[in-house]
Write a protein that binds this ligand. Structure first.
Ligand code: SF4
Length: 263
């Protein structure tokens, strides 16, 4: 795939700009590793508000745990997570995940996350229903492994800013972010506890406050910041470039196109 932009250092400047504008994003909103994992499965093809409802129902039924998902009858699990959509498929996938941890790691997430990143990533990608975005969400937000999560917002921003084509391979985008954010990761003084701003996605949670390497912290924040850009500014229709903190990075040709859409 042809790289459009030749500026190899721009993404760490995006990070600095967004972090300066909005501060820490406090991802992921969860109290346990397992809650992050369930959320990562449930959020596939649905809005987060629906996931929250499904998680609330699991929590109320005292089933938001490895033991709970292991023991619950498939039909009951399907009924509880119904608000998240694709509930039969997602129920099956959650059961498959727990069976995987039981078989490979004697039921211990701690043992699972103690694996080297690349090995665990390979294993997760072999599970039914786990694509790169889900695998990396689990690795980064539940396991604090240093991998960058690529989503549709990331692709849209890269495409509109002519950094990479929107349909570039996942691995190419991930590698690009990880290499360009390296200068930020090597610097000390990442402000994990900064004051939430109006653009902070979540209140601090037990998982967002967990100890992690600087690289994992930077990837954690960058994904959250990108989600904010996508939700509030870089929408699929009528992007709000004029108010977006990334506007100064927008190539001139893209500005003209964006302006003409508002005529
Ligand atoms: S400046 Fe415009 S195109 Fe660029 S990220 Fe912001 S909204 Fe999207």
């Amino acid at each position: 795939v042809k790289t459009i932009s030749q500026d190899r250092g721009v993404l760490h400047r995006y990070y600095q700009e967004l972090y300066r504008a909005w501060g820490a994003q406090h991802w992921w909103p969860a109290n346990s590793r397992f809650e992050v994992i369930v959320g990562a499965y449930l959020t596939q093809n649905t809005a987060w508000t629906n996931v929250e409802l499904a998680l609330k129902r699991l929590r109320s039924a005292q089933l938001l745990s490895m033991t709970g998902i292991r023991r619950v009858a498939p039909a009951r699990l399907e009924a509880l997570i119904r608000p998240a959509g694709y509930f039969r498929q997602k129920a099956r996938r959650l059961k498959t995940f727990v069976a995987f941890v039981d078989e490979m790691y004697r039921g211990s997430l701690q043992r699972m996350f103690a694996q080297p990143t690349s090995e665990l990533r390979r294993q997760l990608l072999e599970l039914n229903g786990v694509g790169p975005e889900t695998a990396d969400s689990i690795l980064l937000y539940a396991g604090n492994h240093p991998v960058f999560v690529v989503d549709a917002y990331t692709r849209r921003i890269l495409g509109r800013h002519a950094i990479l084509p929107e349909n570039a391979p996942y691995e190419e985008i991930r590698a690009r972010f990880e290499s360009e954010l390296a200068p930020v990761c090597q610097r000390s003084g990442i402000h994990i506890e900064s004051t939430p701003t109006q653009r902070s996605a979540h209140s601090p949670s037990r998982m967002s406050r967990a100890k992690r390497s600087t690289a994992a912290q930077v990837y954690n924040e960058m994904h959250g910041l990108i989600v904010n850009v996508g939700k509030y500014y870089c929408r699929s229709q009528e992007p709000r470039c004029e108010q977006c903190p990334l506007q100064r990075f927008l190539p001139q040709a893209s500005r003209i196109q964006a302006d003409s859409r508002h005529l």
